[in-house]
Design a protein around this ligand. Structure first.
Ligand SMILES: Cc1cc2nc3c(=O)[nH]c(=O)nc-3n(C[C@H](O)[C@H](O)[C@H](O)COP(=O)(O)OP(=O)(O)OC[C@H]3O[C@@H](n4cnc5c(N)ncnc54)[C@H](O)[C@@H]3O)c2cc1C
Length: 328
């Protein structure tokens, strides 16, 4: 079995930038992700949204950023293992044994955990409906905005995703209704204010009762959870953004020190396990900000210190890449 210098678990923006840096430092690198595509949340959750706060990109579609990160991540020919879920990590003979659900086992000198929110599974609606309609009429993630052009769209939720999509579709769709079971929104205040200014029918204290339609969505019944009063909506599509099922208990079983749902790291991005680093949304430290930009910085720190773990005589500082003469 091939022994890698570093195995990065998670091919989201953090893991991808980590892969690039590991290649730059000459590490034999492997990236493993449970999803069939690289990009993490950028690809899986909001490929069609613009991101404005990534260095060097005043405005970039999330899917384009994911593509650029994936290209950069593979510059040094890292091994990419997709569609494979990591189930366990275990110390064996001074190496790490990484067990997965498909190919079984990988070996590595060090590990970078870039798991984001874990293999994040959207919370499903608690009503009966034909699950064959998912992806065409009922959506837990938006992959193609054009599907909503001139359509009657219901959005369910009160967080950033729900409010952002309501704003995004206020011009593109024919009608947008947003229902939320409370009158407090978790989304950022500026987006909520924008939503209130936009042409969106916002119904707080409303929940979904049922969905009508045979093979495709034709309508839905919603109800006021204070009075029980029902209302019918004619619809073409429903977007459900009611959060994710996050279960990271397995990380404790791997022996990692956790603070609620995040792995505790120090300033070198070291976890409590030797040679195991964490970066991006999955880790926490006193100055933690969950952003693509900070995840990239954490990945660079983690990989450069992993270099010193693998070779104690190596320096953590990589030098300036602009001094290199790379044939890439
Ligand atoms: C709607 C929305 C809009 C956002 N907009 C912005 C923005 O404008 N700017 C910004 O900076 N941030 C934004 N964010 C946050 C940003 O997307 C995250 O901070 C970023 O994706 C974190 O990157 P990551 O690589 O750490 O984790 P993720 O992107 O979550 O990637 C983690 C990867 O690990 C994989 N994985 C997990 N568990 C396993 C396992 N057991 N085995 C194998 N693979 C596994 C997952 O499949 C996933 O691909 C937004 C988030 C959302 C939801």
């Amino acid at each position: 079995m091939d022994l890698y210098d570093i195995t990065i678990i998670g091919g989201g923006p953090t893991g991808l930038f980590g892969s690039f840096y590991a290649g730059l430092r000459g590490l034999k690198t492997k990236v493993i992700d449970v999803l069939p595509e690289l990009g993490g949340q950028l690809t899986a959750l909001y490929p069609e949204k613009y991101v404005y706060d990534v260095a060097g990109h005043p405005k970039i579609l999330a899917k384009d950023l994911a593509k650029a990160l994936a290209t950069q991540a593979q510059l040094f020919k890292a091994s990419m293992v997709l569609g494979e879920k990591v189930l366990n990590i275990e110390r064996v003979d001074d190496q790490w044994k990484i067990s997965t659900d498909i190919s079984g086992e990988h070996r590595s000198k060090s590990i970078l955990l870039a798991l984001g929110a874990g293999a994040c599974v959207p919370k499903k609606l608690d009503v009966d409906y034909d699950h064959g309609m998912e992806g065409e009429y009922i959506f837990y993630a938006v992959k193609n905005k054009e599907k909503f052009r001139d359509k009657n769209v219901l959005i369910i939720g009160g967080g950033d995703s729900a409010v952002d999509w309501a704003n995004e579709f206020s011009l593109l769709a024919k009608n947008v209704t947003l229902i939320h079971r409370r009158d407090q929104f978790r989304a950022v205040q500026t987006s909520v204010e924008e939503m209130k200014r936009n042409h969106i029918d916002i119904k707080t204290f409303y929940e979904l009762k049922d969905i009508q339609g045979d093979g495709k969505v034709e309508g839905a019944t919603i109800f006021d959870n204070r009075t029980g009063k029902e209302e019918h909506l004619d619809l073409d599509a429903i977007i459900i953004n009611i959060g994710f099922v996050i279960n990271l208990d397995f990380l404790k079983a791997w022996g990692l020190k956790m603070d609620v749902n995040a792995i505790t790291v120090n300033e070198k991005m070291e976890t409590n396990l030797p040679g195991v680093y964490a970066a991006g949304d999955i880790c926490t430290h006193p100055a933690k900000l969950k952003l693509i930009a900070t995840g990239a910085a954490e990945a660079a720190t983690a990989v450069n210190f992993a270099v010193t773990y693998i070779n104690p005589t190596a320096k953590a500082f990589p030098g300036h890449s602009s001094n290199l003469n790379l044939s890439i």
